[in-house]
Ligand binder design. Structure first.
Ligand code: C2E
Ligand code: CA
Ligand code: CA
Ligand code: CA
Length: 293
């Protein structure tokens, strides 16, 4: 029995050791990728449910890793949060997102000018960037956002910062609250992400300076097949409406879900039905394809 215990220990210990080494290696690689600006963002369109018009994009982080291929955020965002790398990483992703959307909007402005007075204008696009609580707690954050907006010329109202419901519910503190209010003052909009998956005490929807509510995809999945689920989503939309929030349904994958959302008076949708997240180089083509039906 004594031997067994030893063997188990010997067997177990190297495993943990390997994991720790691998984690350290991944952290170092991520730090280097951030330094060299190798982490990038893909863009998923957010679409108006009524007429299918693209009104903005959510930016989603991607890491082209030399060995692992294109690594998704579920792998490296938690690592970045745990190691503090989220601050420089967040800065890099925010800057890319703001610069890209500023360029796409400039092209739209030029098209509007060319079309001449009296013709139908295309409205500017917004960009929604995911932000971790660690960033909101950084006392420099709102000044950085201000500087970034000024440098790019992007209107603050065209920047949306997405914070998950669980981040907002569990850990918001004085500094985070101050940052949110400063951003709000600036004109930046705040979205509550993954709504319905955190501790849903609804009173905080009124207390926090939120503009947009994103219904988590787990609520959308069964909306076309389950009347109960549809009733729940309809209720959420009615509450959001009453509070003056706009609503985005996430994870829309089927026409049936789309139709059901239209019936629920949902403003905006996002999901594979319309488009997966695209590399920045494909966004102009998507917008062009949309303009010529
Ligand atoms: P999220 O903010 O909820 O982003 C939506 C996720 O759903 C994305 O996964 C997107 O690719 C995926 N998705 C979009 N449409 C559909 C659909 O129709 N069906 C399904 N099943 N999924 C869909 P992704 O890109 O893997 O991102 C995962 C999470 O990582 C994000 O969830 C967000 O919480 C986090 N994340 C991504 N980029 C960043 C970032 O720049 N900063 C921070 N802090 N977090 C990020
Ligand atoms: Ca999001
Ligand atoms: Ca979400
Ligand atoms: Ca999520």
């Amino acid at each position: 029995a004594k031997d067994d215990g030893k063997r188990r220990w010997r067997h177990y210990e190297p495993g943990l050791h390997d994991q720790a080494i691998e984690r350290t290696a991944l952290r170092d690689q991520l730090a280097r990728a951030i330094d060299e600006q190798d982490v990038l963002v893909h863009y998923q369109p957010v679409v108006e449910i009524g007429d299918g018009r693209v009104c903005g994009f959510e930016s989603l982080a991607r890491w082209p890793h030399p060995v692992r291929g294109l690594v998704g955020p579920d792998v490296f965002i938690p690592l970045a949060e745990e190691t503090g790398l989220i601050l420089p990483l967040g800065r890099l992703l925010l800057r890319q997102s703001v610069e890209h959307i500023a360029v796409w909007n400039q092209a739209r402005d030029e098209a509007n000018a060319e079309a001449g007075p009296g013709s139908l204008k295309v409205p500017p696009l917004y960009v929604a960037v995911n932000v971790s609580l660690r960033q909101l707690r950084d006392p420099r954050f709102s000044a950085e956002v201000t500087a970034l907006l000024r440098a790019s010329g992007l209107s603050p109202t065209l920047l949306v910062l997405e914070l998950t419901e669980s981040d907002l519910m569990r850990h918001h503190d004085e500094q985070a609250r101050r940052t949110m209010n400063e951003l709000k003052e600036l004109g930046v909009r705040i979205a509550i992400d993954d709504f319905g998956t955190g501790y849903s005490s609804l009173s905080y929807l009124r207390e926090l300076p939120i503009d947009i509510l994103k219904i988590d995809k787990s609520f959308i999945a069964d909306i076309a097949t389950s009347p109960e689920q549809a009733a729940l989503v309809e209720g959420i939309i009615r509450i959001a409406d009453g509070l003056g929030l706009s609503v985005v349904a996430e994870g829309v994958e089927t026409d049936a879900q789309w139709d059901r959302l239209g019936g629920c008076d949902c403003d905006f949708g996002q999901g594979f039905l319309f488009s997966p997240p695209l590399p920045s180089g494909q966004v102009t083509a998507l917008l062009e394809a949309y303009r010529d039906p």
